[in-house]
Design a protein around this ligand. Sequence first.
Ligand code: SF4
Length: 379
Amino acid sequence: MPPTGDDRPHFFDQTPESLAALFTGWGLARFRADQVMDWVYRKGIADPHAMTNLSQADRERLADRLRFLDVGVVQHQRATDGTQKLLIDWSLGPTRYSAPGEASLAVLGSSATQSECVMIPATSSGRAAPDRTRTRRTACISSQVGCPVGCRFCASGLGGLDGNLTPGQIVQQVWQLQQLPGVERITNVVFMGMGEPLANPRSVFAALRTLAAPWGIGLSARKITVSTVGVPAGIRKLGDLDLPVTLAISLHAPNDEIRKAIIPWAEFVSIEQLTEAGRDYFRKTGREITLEYILLGGFNDQPHHAQELARVAKRLRSNLNLIRYNEVAGLPFTRPSDDDVLSFQQVLRTAGLNVHIRASRGRDIAAACGQLRHEASGV
Ligand code: SF4
């Protein structure tokens, strides 16, 4: 989703080398590129007018020739557990968002140019962190506007795909979450917001390099998780990147029949093909695969489902994440009961699997994928 009517290069799409090439082409000294990288990624300043070690003329030239920030924040919500969520409109340009706890800004623009990102604080135990003891701050980011997959339980897929985000737009979500008061530094990134990351591989792979680069966001690749509903060719390309990110496969069903009922793309890719791609990923990267399984009340959350899932999970080196469904208005699925969730986990543990129940975060701010955009616009 490139900015409309503005074909200037974008800062957040650049590497130090490509930025230096642009600068020398514009008659700016090469070392200015390193200074600008430092301002943006180390000092958190993305306004060229505020880059005080550049001459006034260079600041003007940069502001004229380079785009810096597209993030128009149209809603900023903060949950009681510290989770913060931004609804971003990429057509509006940079917007100052309200301080946490203040009322959200009015919703502007259209859902066709809006995506979401979330900052989730947690202690190392995975619990919600009171302000002073936060040790982990995870950015959950989007790779597309809308989603082409259309999972039956998900708000993001309701209106289909509106566009791919650019590498810079993906990186900007992390950068912007880092600017939220009290956040300071994002420690982990998960591609679990809107969109199917491996359906936008060029942008996602370029963004991964910036997220993991010492000159960029500077995260360890191991702290980045790419979550896919299952694109075997994309999984193999991800494994070739030489960036050992964590691969999460959204399985959500113990067999192909149930999977096809909730994930339209399961018509094209079987669980066997997915596990084979996962095994290849492990061979290339040495990284254990995370299998994501959303528990839908009364649908896929019974002990016999868990037994079948255990047989699938044992086909590859994996650990399991169980996710309690957050209800979405207008969709037919319900949240599973606590008893069913614990029984499901117990069956998997008895089978010898490493399984966690992911804590539900930000329930009071519609933090499920695509839910804020859905509620704001009706899409
Ligand atoms: Fe797309 Fe993920 Fe939602 Fe499925 S769950 S529709 S893949 S965003």
